[in-house]
Write a protein that binds this ligand. Structure first.
Ligand code: ATP
Length: 274
């Protein structure tokens, strides 16, 4: 299968209500997905099919969650791959993997009786980075194959295919990818604001015993600049602190410690890579 490795923490079926904050991005995405769900209207108005949606924004903000929720929302097959999977391959292998991905998506949709399939490609900049004279030629075949597949999508196709791609380096993308008829719908997935952080904390506290005194609102205030992935870590680390102390439940001080830990962890990560 082409389920991506390393991100198995998220369930296969995930809905928009499992994603905290990101109200504007979710709304824009749902509006775009209605194009996939209402093909007759699209055809009547002579609108060309929506082929590609690009999700942009910092790491850990929920782009992968958005793609999965989109599949659930539109009752589509979900297939995922990462740009980096195509890197260490011999010339031509990347291109044939792209071809197989589309073929598998169509076959799976047919087998599972679905009208549509969503193909999610994370780290799209790895295969779709700007081409500067001669470099990266082996990836060019991969990119060309992706463009060929996208150009081959037509209004009457069945099952319908939508490609979603994610990047945190939009400026690096080759303009061949972003021009009309390709990834022409861009949705920005930003770091959550305080309300969004509160929502995300509540989602990840759902399966955890919290002490009465706990104010997630306060934690949301103290975690300015945190991504959804970092907030998930905060809840998890707090639970570990509570368990180590043989505490009945997670208390406010466990959460405060966890914030420090996640913040420090990020810092030392950065120091070692710099
Ligand atoms: P990357 O760019 O690193 O691939 P991403 O934007 O795709 O990151 P996800 O993989 O979707 O981020 O998120 C990672 C994890 O962080 C999720 O599995 C989830 O636990 C948590 N998370 C991130 N954003 C949110 C959110 N908005 N609501 C709830 N959980 C979130």
């Amino acid at each position: 299968g082409s389920e991506r490795k390393g991100k198995q923490r998220t369930p296969a079926y995930l809905s928009f209500s499992d994603i905290g904050g990101q109200d504007r991005a979710k709304k824009e995405l749902q509006e775009a997905l209605d194009f996939l769900i209402k093909p007759d209207d699209i055809k009547r108005f002579g609108i060309r099919p929506l082929k590609g949606i690009l999700l942009t924004g910092p790491p850990g903000t929920g782009k992968t969650l958005m793609a999965k929720a989109s599949a659930h929302y539109s009752d589509s097959i979900f297939m995922a791959a990462s740009g980096s999977e195509f890197v260490e391959m011999y010339v031509g292998v990347g291109a044939s993997r792209v071809r197989d991905l589309f073929k598998d998506a169509r076959a799976r949709a047919q087998k599972e009786n679905k009208d549509s399939a969503i193909i999610f490609i994370d780290e799209i900049e790895v295969i779709g980075g700007k081409r500067d004279g001669g470099q990266q030629r082996e990836y060019d075949q991969t990119l060309n194959q992706l463009l060929t597949e996208m150009d081959g999508i037509h209004t009457d196709d069945f099952p319908r295919i939508l490609i979603m791609a994610a990047t945190n380096r939009k400026e690096m993308l080759d303009s061949a990818l972003t021009r009309p008829g390709r990834f022409d719908r861009h949705i920005q997935v930003d770091l959550p604001d305080k309300k969004g952080r509160n929502h995300i904390l509540h989602i990840h506290a759902n399966n955890k015993p919290l002490a009465e005194e706990v104010s997630l609102d306060k934690i949301a205030e103290q975690s300015f600049g945190f991504s959804g992935a970092q907030l998930e870590s905060v809840m998890n680390e707090a639970a570990i602190y509570a368990m180590r102390e043989s505490s009945e439940s997670i208390a406010q001080h466990h959460l405060s410690l966890a914030i420090d830990k996640v913040m420090l962890g990020e810092k030392s990560d950065r120091e070692t890579t710099m």
